[in-house]
Design a protein around this ligand. Structure first.
Ligand code: ADP
Ligand code: MG
Length: 615
């Protein structure tokens, strides 16, 4: 009897599994474990993680490490993905800027549209125009209410206050109007700016200002301007009140040069990022097999690509130093794929009404870099020295993933496996004879987390990661919560009072409070949008690239199996299945060995391959 261990080192996760081979060569799986990869994938730093995963699996199998007779480490695909994001100030700075705001205690309800006017200038107002009055801190609520009441023949449709006094002013008004308060940057609001405010009815969210056509209606926007305010409308979904201003852009941020990329594929294509993510992706799609992508140095995109590949360059160069006979220390890193997606990021721009909610159009980019080969032998050697166990490097990642995926009940050849990881989305197709074709494309779970973090303006990446993984709920009383689906759950023993009124993440270990105050509807829409835009696009992209490359016998694929960390997601498999169902394929999350869910495909494949060669 022999005990075998298989190890898969990923960008994010190191997965191991243990199996027992009896004297007649029959294999039985014992246990598996997954830990965060320590260090950069493909470096000797990974050994620490491998050891803790092996120990965890050994404990679960009730054996000691020394009983392992053979460790097999997967020959990891030399693919590393990185993601970066930049705001593209230039694309949003037109003649005007429009800003959103969401205070806690506005007053009144409905919409108001008009030109801004400082309450102390109300005598200069004319009787023909509608106005929104602006009340600075220096004017208290009593004076403000008095001045508004006195201006009987002026058409005042709403008010914006610097202090948190909306309700106090409202209660004193003869003619009721919607009022928004807590606008800190009120001194920046000049007179005469066309402005729309909206306060929702209790229990409702704003309707007009969360809809691009609603804003267009109120502020009389051109179709072009309507396109520009779309991200603002989106950011106001779920807000209880909002103000959107069509302000002359008084203090434009220093325009940044967005820059071009040069795609070296079957031909050379230059594409300007000003044209947006969709045009960039079209260029990538038409480029065919890409040998490198470079960004114009000193521009936004140049910086972004440099950031995205920083880690990989470090690895490639440490490689160059390690590999014997290598004379040059600097290895050029080649970007083999790029994924761009339009997004937006809240940025404090100068001249903003409330810096924290002004939005800029942004572009997020994932880049995939390939190295010649990762120095897996180094890892095997270190691991063997540390454990005294016989360790070899074997297997090819996509083939192993496919073999592992095949252990899912209900699947048959030919099939496609989509490995949804952290940095890259990998696709493999195996035909009936077991021949595998594979491809990797840039962009996966890390990019989704990054988009969630920026769009919700979260200070902590871990919060974004948790929002991605679990549903959210609102703690409505000490004894009940309302899930994002509307369902209500009661807690007989009560809920920890510190959660009261908060939006919480429903993690399996318990509720996690989101420190930032974001409406639940917005969290859900940002989360789902980010997942769809990355994974639906990327899985179709990978499959479309692969199908023409595959043999005729593979054209008939009926099963698409999703594996990898992001396939564990509670929504992503559903989004992808829906897209693939249209192509007549069965698509779903794998269940490796019938027990492991989407995890452990590669490690399982390694054991299966061993069994196959030792029969
Ligand atoms: P790799 O093979 O590159 O190491 P993994 O297959 O471990 O990558 O996938 C890592 C990604 O999976 C990360 O982006 C992580 O956020 C995501 N992930 C892990 N668990 C879950 C989960 N339960 N739900 C959604 N995403 C998850
Ligand atoms: Mg993986």
């Amino acid at each position: 009897m022999k005990i075998l261990a298989a190890v898969d080192i990923g960008n994010s996760t190191t997965e191991v599994c243990l199996a027992k081979e009896d004297d007649v060569g029959k294999i039985r799986f014992l246990s598996g474990a997954a830990v965060f990869t320590t260090g950069l994938k493909g470096t000797a730093d990974n050994v620490t993680g491998i050891l803790s995963a092996l120990e965890e699996a050994a404990t679960a199998a009730n054996i000691s490490l020394s009983q392992i007779s053979h460790i097999r480490i997967n020959e990891a695909a030399p693919v590393i993905g990185g993601a970066a994001m930049e705001t593209l100030t230039q694309t949003v700075v037109t003649e005007s800027s429009m800003l959103g705001h969401n205070p806690k205690t506005p007053a009144g309800y409905g919409t108001g549209v008009g030109k801004t006017i400082n309450i102390n200038h109300i005598n200069h107002a004319n009787t023909s125009d509608p106005y929104i009055v602006v009340v600075p801190e220096s004017t208290n609520y009593e004076t403000a209410a008095k001045l508004i009441n006195q201006a009987k023949n002026i058409n005042i449709t709403g008010a914006i206050l610097q202090q948190d006094e909306a309700v106090l002013v409202y209660n004193r008004l003869n003619r009721k109007i919607p009022i928004i308060d807590e606008v800190r940057g009120i001194h920046k609001i000049k007179d005469g700016i066309q402005t729309a405010i909206e306060v929702a009815l209790a229990g409702h969210a704003v309707r007009m200002l969360s809809n691009p056509y609603g804003i267009a209606t109120l502020l009389r926007l051109t179709p072009e301007e309507t396109i520009h305010i779309t991200p603002i409308a989106k950011s106001l979904i779920g807000a209880k009140s909002a103000v959107v201003m069509k302000a002359p852009y008084s203090n434009p941020a220093k325009p940044q040069k967005i820059g071009k990329i040069t795609i070296s594929g079957e031909s050379i294509i230059n594409v300007d990022f000003n044209q947006g993510a969709e045009m960039v992706m079209q260029a990538i799609d038409t480029a065919g097999t890409i040998s490198n992508i470079s960004g114009e140095p000193g521009t936004n995109i140049g910086n972004m690509l440099a950031n995205a590949v920083k880690d990989m360059s470090a690895l490639a160069n440490s490689n160059a130093v390690h590999s014997p006979g290598s004379s040059h220390c600097h290895q050029e890193v080649q970007i083999r794929d790029l994924f761009a997606v339009d997004t937006f990021a809240p940025v404090a721009i100068s001249g903003a009404l409330a810096g924290e909610t002004s939005l800029e159009k942004a572009i997020a980019v994932a880049a995939m870099v390939t190295a010649g080969r990762l120095p897996m032998q180094e890892i095997a050697k270190t691991l063997s020295e540390k454990t005294g166990l016989y360790t070899t490097v074997s297997g090819i990642e996509p083939v192993m993933a496919a073999l592992g995926a095949l252990t899912t009940p209900g699947v048959s050849l030919p099939l496609a496996v989509l490995d949804l990881g952290g940095g890259s989305t990998d696709a493999a197709i195996i035909d009936a004879s077991g021949t595998v074709a594979s491809i990797s494309v840039a962009g996966a779970g890390e990019l989704v987390t990054m988009m969630i973090q920026s769009q919700l303006s979260l200070t902590n990446r871990i919060t974004a990661e948790n929002i991605k993984k679990y549903p959210v709920a609102k703690v409505e009383s000490m004894f009940h919560i309302r899930l994002e689906t509307g369902e209500i759950i009661f807690y007989e023993d009560g809920i920890n009072p510190r959660f009261f009124g908060a939006v919480v993440i429903m993690a399996p270990e318990g509720m996690i409070k989101i420190d930032e105050d974001r409406p639940i509807e917005k969290i859900v829409s940002v989360r789902q949008d980010a997942k769809r835009s990355v994974f639906v696009k990327n899985t179709t992209r990978a499959i479309n690239k692969l199908l023409p490359m595959s043999m005729p016998s593979q054209g008939n694929i009926k099963h698409v199996i999703l594996v990898g960390g992001s396939a564990e997601d509670f929504e992503i498999p559903g989004f992808i299945s829906t897209a693939f169902a249209d192509m007549g394929m069965v698509c779903g999350r794998g269940n490796i060995r019938g027990t492991e869910g989407a995890r452990g495909a590669v490690a399982t494949g390694l054991i299966m391959a061993y069994a196959g060669t030792h029969k």
